[in-house]
Write a protein that binds this ligand. Structure first.
Ligand SMILES: [Zn+2]
Length: 271
């Protein structure tokens, strides 16, 4: 069974060579992300380059407030009307970037009650921080101006379940999820185990879900790459505190998003 340490995980994400290649392609082939789509329209005012819509702490507060509206069944469906379609047709300035699971029960725009152009979302089963996810998140932060970056795990994640069930099959020829999520599964077992399948399966998965978020947050905080586009260096934004990277977990039975302890949560209740 291959073993992955936190250091190896951070190093792998920190290299970001593949991430930068991905991002260059995104900038060349995907300029429609920020380019005017309706030039000449009087209503279409492109956002100024590198402008910041919300500072980090305010952005996090907005996410939490939106989640509280969601929990209470008080969705505003704000910024989802035809005028907003036109408003963002010529550019976007999302205030938050989110890495979340592809699970159909957790669409971030609904969970946080946000509209078009508010969130820059990367979704992969198991919220896996691979090279493409890293590059996309860097793009959302350094080029589009997001100043809060959330890694969002959730209860009963099927990808972590597959990773725990297949933890002995990790390797070059092994199934994808046990390999990609192996570090979180191993950390959960070493920190809180030893777990013995099958009786400890649920507890192991539950711990691995949080460990997977912690590892992604730690890796993002230790990224070594510079960014393209507007090009404020990602790590400078982290070290200065201008970018807030937080880990969180979605509660399936309540809809609540809970910030995890290892995150950069500001002192006190950000809401
Ligand atoms: Zn999941």
């Amino acid at each position: 069974m291959a073993q992955f340490t936190r250091r190896e995980m951070v190093k792998a994400a920190g290299s970001a060579a593949g991430a930068l290649l991905f991002m260059r392609g995104l900038l060349r082939g995907g300029t429609a992300l920020a380019a005017p789509s309706r030039p000449g329209s009087p209503e279409c005012v492109p956002p100024s380059p590198c402008s910041i819509r919300l500072p980090a702490k305010q952005g996090l507060k907005e996410l939490i407030r939106g989640n509280k509206r969601f929990i209470k069944g008080q969705l505003t469906h704000q910024r989802q009307d035809p005028s907003r379609i036109l408003e963002v047709s010529c550019g976007q300035r999302p205030f938050a970037a989110i890495l979340s699971c592809s699970d159909s029960r957790i669409p971030p725009e609904i969970v946080f009650d946000q509209g078009l152009g508010d969130l820059f979302v990367v979704r992969l089963a198991g919220n896996i921080l691979d090279d493409a996810a890293v590059a996309s998140l860097i793009f959302g932060v350094t080029h589009l101006g997001a100043r809060v970056l959330m890694v969002l795990g959730h209860d009963s994640c099927g990808a972590l379940g597959a990773a725990v069930d297949g933890h002995e099959d990790v390797g070059d020829e092994g199934p994808y999820f046990p390999a990609a999520l192996g570090p979180a599964v191993a950390d959960a077992n070493s920190d809180f185990g030893p777990f013995m399948l099958p009786q400890d399966r649920s507890q192991w998965i539950d711990r691995a879900i949080d460990e997977n978020v912690y590892l992604a947050v730690e890796a993002l905080k230790n990224l070594k790459s510079d960014a393209l586009g507007c090009n404020p260096a990602f790590q400078d934004l982290v070290s200065s505190g201008e970018l807030m990277i937080v880990g969180a977990r979605y509660k399936l039975n309540t809809g609540e998003v809970v910030l995890l302890k290892h995150s950069d949560e500001p002192d006190g209740d950000p809401a």
